[in-house]
Design a protein around this ligand. Structure first.
Ligand code: FNR
Length: 411
């Protein structure tokens, strides 16, 4: 209502209220390399397009005369209360877009009242982001490291910052084929962006020390180090002093590249995870119904149907289509989240109609960050949720459990 009132009184919104204009505004604020990383999909972009095509293939069939004066968008997921069925997806290396990106996103999420899933490849240590969010809900996303002690260290830190769940991302044991970044020669990690969870970790520092024979923070001002600093500063003007004060040693980047993932990851790791953490466990990147069944059998708490926003396997199935198959395989009660391609309140409605308990939003919150910092993140969320609430009301449903499969048709 506040958004409408502002519109009626002639106040223009801080961030555009439609997805295309928001994306265009964000693009204008990003460097070429930042945009390539954020926006880029895998390969030729077929899966990114499929994600949208699937959402567009379903149509809402509104019902009339159902008294929708009082609507309730709230739900509870794994013990986390959600004012609306939406969380912010983990996005690594958002520091390419704004300084202190994760802290700003965390504040924006807290302001808008949605949980934020911290990326394992975040741009601030999780403790800093958590501190900026007060008591607002946060989850932690884990990339399973080759180094099992590092996995335990991340789990312990996630528990200490009050994470409501650990989200294990399964689809990125190797980075996908990302032509936009490759063509610009600009994978972010080479510049030390997106490795803050690592450089702030005691176990990781041990690994760096073992590699260099010296303390993790030691950096020699060699010509190569100066070149690295200058290249970071060209991409991120104004950060030269930051980088001088706290330079990322080359050895830390190299150690990171060695340990950030584990292509040998398999179901045995997941089976053993319950022994290693008390946090609810979510598996992110499930697309095949049999994988969802195995997750249920292993006592995993929820699955997140996702193709990583089309960034991993080009040609992979659209995430909404996978959701339909997954929901069918595991029955009505088991918690399922969905992401990849969700842009609007109507999209959220369709995802719920097809069996999601909640969705997560990836690129759109980064667009908000680019356009308006933490307020931009909050506004993007508010816009999507305002449209979701309207879509519910205008479609004749007053609560989430009324968003059943028969509220949509497949074209
Ligand atoms: C991601 N994603 C991601 N996922 C994850 O588990 N850990 C991560 O560090 C990242 N990093 C990341 C960076 C960027 C720039 C993007 C765009 C995405 C995937 C993310 O969590 C989510 O699955 C997708 O972004 C959802 O698709 P949409 O909403 O971007 O279409």
């Amino acid at each position: 209502e506040a958004i409408y009132r502002a519109g009626v009184s002639g106040t223009r919104p801080r961030v555009p209220t439609d997805a295309a204009a928001l994306r265009a505004a964000a693009r204008r604020r990003c460097s070429r390399k930042a945009w390539a990383y954020v926006e880029g999909g895998a390969g030729e972009g077929a899966t990114m397009a499929a994600n949208r095509a699937a959402l567009d293939r379903y149509e809402i069939v509104p019902r009339m005369l159902r008294d929708v004066a009082e609507r309730d968008t709230s739900t509870t997921l794994l013990g986390t209360h959600l004012a609306a069925p939406l969380l912010l997806a983990p996005v690594g290396a958002a520091g390419l877009v704004a300084r202190d990106a994760d802290v700003l996103i965390g504040r924006g999420a807290a302001e808008a009242g949605v949980p934020y899933i911290f990326s394992c490849q975040g741009s601030s240590p999780m403790e800093r982001t958590a501190a900026a969010m007060g008591d607002a809900p946060r989850w932690f996303q884990l990339y399973w490291s080759r180094d099992e002690e590092l996995v335990d260290s991340f789990l312990a830190r996630a528990t200490a910052i009050g994470a409501g769940a650990v989200v294990v991302t399964l689809d990125t044991t190797m980075l996908g084929w990302r032509p936009q970044d490759l063509n610009l020669g600009s994978l972010p990690f080479s510049q030390g962006i997106g490795i803050a969870q690592y450089t702030s970790d005691p176990r990781f520092r041990e690994l760096v020390r073992a590699r260099t024979g010296g303390p993790a923070r030691d950096v020699k001002i060699t010509p190569a180090a100066v070149r690295t600093l200058l290249s970071i500063s060209r991409e991120h003007p104004g950060r030269f002093l930051d980088n001088l004060r706290s330079p990322i040693p080359r050895a830390a980047v190299e150690t990171f590249l060695d340990v950030y993932s584990n292509p040998a990851l398999n179901w045995d790791h997941i089976a053993g995870l319950r022994e290693r953490t008390k946090l609810p466990i979510v598996l992110k990147g499930i697309l095949h119904p049999d994988d969802a069944r195995t997750a249920v059998d292993l006592g995993v708490d929820a699955v997140m149907v996702s193709n990583h926003g089309g960034r991993q396997v080009d040609g992979a199935t659209a995430s909404l289509d996978a959701l339909v198959a997954v929901r069918k395989a595991i029955g009505a009660e088991y918690p399922v989240l969905l992401d990849s391609g969700v842009r609007t309140g109507a999209d959220v409605f369709k995802a719920l109609a097809l069996g999601a308990n909640a969705v997560t939003l990836g690129r759109p919150h980064i667009y908000g960050l680019a356009v308006g910092g933490s307020g931009g993140v909050a506004d993007v969320v508010r816009n999507v949720l305002a449209e979701f609430d309207l879509t519910m009301g205008l479609s004749g449903v007053a609560s989430l459990d009324e968003i059943t499969p028969d509220t949509v048709v497949c074209r």
